[in-house]
Design a protein around this ligand. Structure first.
Ligand code: PLP
Length: 311
């Protein structure tokens, strides 16, 4: 155990969070003790970028892709942290090792931080790095994976890529959260937001794919370049299936043979109802099933694994 850092155990308050381990201000802490100042601009202004990777059977999946996106995001936002890539990997592995989780949801964040004078000048803030590991969780639960999710197309436009660069993973989620409430009002389980030109965009924590006549399509405008989305492109290339990144009008979305959403939190997840109407036959489609299988199979390949050594 000596090569592992100490886990501070001051006190644990009421349990308002899942179990887990966090790293902040150069310390590893139980997740319940990882707290930031209310003066951090990450909290006050959503001035932050982050990433979420997952650990499956004791190894990170595609960690390098997540790190590429995270470091590129910090650069675009003029942020920096006092840890290089190798140190960030070590911190993330330590959070997971100390938590003991074989399957984990691992988030790492850079906030603008705060400044001694509460200055409006973002250059005066000291950026803050936080990481944490909690148990793996999925957008779709077991029942939804088996029968497909029920979604509603919101009449809310996803924040414009001209306003916030969607390739920088960010916490501008007010539109997404209002979309969830709209979905509940309409008897659905989650939401699909649109872009300003009448195409589908993305949902809270996921990208969207349609399948029509055996061809996959996914929006390319105003969305996060998801790592799971990229994995679907890789799978399609490997199995010889056509997959296009292009505008997908709402009408075409509703007329698709199959629909699925993709996220680090759950992988490839089927959608079988849109606005209370069935997608295709209304059951999970054969291609979606195949891609889900391929996705989890890929987790066994050493190429994408960063193995954690546990105490
Ligand atoms: N779109 C948004 C807005 C997200 O927040 C996420 C992930 O959290 C995704 C798409 C899916 O990205 P990934 O596959 O990298 O998890």
């Amino acid at each position: 155990m000596s090569q592992y850092p100490e886990l501070s155990t001051r006190h644990s308050g009421p349990q308002t969070s899942p179990p887990g381990v966090a790293f902040m201000d150069d310390q590893y802490l139980p997740i319940s003790e990882a707290k930031i100042s209310v003066l951090d601009y990450g909290f006050l202004h959503s001035d932050a970028t982050y990433d979420v990777a997952h650990v499956w059977n004791g190894a990170f999946f595609r960690l390098n892709d997540h790190l590429d996106r995270f470091f590129a995001g910090m650069e675009k936002l003029h942020m920096s942290i006092p840890y290089d890539r190798a140190q960030v990997i070590e911190i993330l592995c330590n959070c997971v090792a100390l938590s003991g989780f074989q399957k984990a949801y691992v988030e790492f964040i850079c906030t603008r931080g705060s400044s001694p004078s509460f200055s409006r000048d973002p250059r005066e803030a000291v950026n803050r790095f936080i990481a944490f590991a909690i148990p793996f969780s999925s957008v779709a639960n077991g029942e939804q994976m088996a029968r497909g999710m029920h979604v509603a197309v919101a009449d809310i436009v996803r924040i414009s890529p001209q306003s916030v660069d969607p390739t920088v993973k960010n916490y501008h989620w007010l539109d997404l959260v209002q979309g969830i409430y709209q979905a509940y009002d309409r008897g659905a389980e989650t939401t699909i937001l649109v872009d300003s030109r009448g195409n589908i965009a993305e949902g809270p924590g996921y990208n969207i794919f349609i399948i029509r006549d055996g061809v996959l399509s996914t929006p390319d405008y105003g969305v996060l370049m998801g790592i799971t989305r990229k994995t679907v492109f890789d799978i399609c290339a490997a199995i010889g299936m056509k997959c296009e990144a292009r505008d997908v009008p709402v009408d075409e979305f509703k007329a698709a043979d199959e629909v699925f959403i993709t996220s680090t939190a759950g992988g490839v997840m089927p959608v079988t109802r849109i606005d209370n109407l069935p997608v295709g036959a209304g059951t999970v489609g054969a291609i979606t099933k195949q891609l889900t299988e391929n996705y989890w199979q890929m987790h066994e390949s050493d190429r994408h694994r960063t193995t954690i050594s546990y105490p």
